[in-house]
Design a protein. Structure first.
Length: 231
């Protein structure tokens, strides 16, 4: 898990690009095909409603569900009922109960959200993505896993342009390649030129059979992806 190449973009890679692509299916500036058992268009309200085995395709991006609705006037859209979004070109897949998007390019996936890309996965009850700010919010205990380990917290935030990730509440990192496990009340990861993760509040770490406990622990990331814990 504590490999800077993976950790810095874990939130973006583990399904959020798929979530973003799924949300852009509602955009009117790109051609999208729609197929369903029934499709209804109200020219007065601008609302398109599709029900039963809904399939939307844009390029190699496909989204399926049981019901979908898009308002061409407000630019609000939703897909719900066993939602599956896939994009083979990026080896990405996301599933959830409901996916919504609005004119502010704010997307919400809710209900047993599960995203994958190659060897990385993400799960959580609610995931929000704000495209203009490139900001992700994961509520109610998110879990990110990869071949490098796992990262969990009660709430996660990701400022993706700044490579700043935050895990609040019972933050927990397990990294078998680094023979390390660590946790605390709060985890801040700073990418770019800093390459470090800071655990604060009841912070602890175990590495190579050595145990550290402190109010603040810092995990320094080397260029080769190795991690070193310091107080």
């Amino acid at each position: 898990m504590i490999n800077k190449k993976h950790f810095a973009r874990a939130l973006a890679i583990a399904g959020f690009s798929t979530l973003l692509a799924a949300g852009t299916l509602f955009a009117a500036d790109k051609p999208t095909s729609l197929d369903a058992d029934t499709v209804e268009y109200d020219m007065q309200t601008g609302i398109v409603t599709a029900k039963g085995d809904v399939l939307m395709i844009q390029g190699d991006m496909k989204v399926t569900g049981q019901e979908a609705e898009y308002n061409s006037k407000t630019k609000e859209g939703r897909v719900e009922g066993n939602v599956i979004a896939v994009q083979p070109s990026k080896s990405m897949r996301v599933t959830c109960h409901k996916l919504t998007s609005d004119a502010q390019q704010h997307m919400i996936a809710s209900g047993d959200v599960h995203g994958t890309m190659e060897d990385k996965t993400f799960t959580g009850p609610i995931v929000e993505y704000f495209q203009p700010q490139d900001y992700v919010l994961i509520r109610e205990r998110g879990v990110i896993t990869s071949k490098d380990g796992s990262f969990t917290a009660d709430e996660m935030e990701g400022y993706l342009k700044e490579e700043h990730l935050i895990g609040r509440g019972n933050a927990h990192v397990i990294s078998p390649p680094n023979d390390m496990e660590a946790g605390g009340d709060l985890l801040n990861y700073y990418g770019l030129d800093q390459d470090k993760a800071v655990l604060t509040g009841n912070a602890w770490a175990v590495q190579y059979n050595n145990t550290l406990k402190s109010n603040t622990l810092t995990i320094l990331l080397a260029k080769d992806g190795k991690a070193k814990v310091t107080e």
